[in-house]
Design a protein around this ligand. Structure first.
Ligand code: FES
Length: 101
């Protein structure tokens, strides 16, 4: 289950489904400009709990995160792209703008 703060929205993900895709499938919006192509970085979220329950960062996502690391608190630690990251267990994240579609 993905729990999103500060709204408390929560939803389940399917195997091999990104967090953003799961949010949309469950009737929520997730901030995006590129529609999940991995280019806008608008979907970036902070992992609060369950970092180990996220899939490994692929080179493409790492490159995208590196390009915005200076704009992120905590030197970018714990930040992921919701259009790339997949969950294999419970994760609690912080993302403004996730709400009922
Ligand atoms: S939705 Fe654009 S980078 Fe993730």
């Amino acid at each position: 289950m993905i729990q999103v703060e500060p709204t408390g929205v929560s939803f389940e993900t399917k195997e091999d489904e990104t967090i953003m895709a799961a949010a949309i499938r469950n009737g929520y919006t997730w901030p995006t400009i590129c529609g999940g192509q991995g280019t806008c970085k608008t979907c970036v979220f902070l992992t609060l709990e369950g970092k180990g329950n996220l899939t490994e960062i692929e080179p493409w996502e790492a490159q995208a995160l590196e390009s915005i690391v200076d704009t992120l608190p905590n030197r970018g630690q714990g930040w992921r792209l919701a259009c790339q990251a997949k969950a294999i267990g419970d994760v609690r994240v912080k993302k403004i703008g996730v709400r009922q579609a």
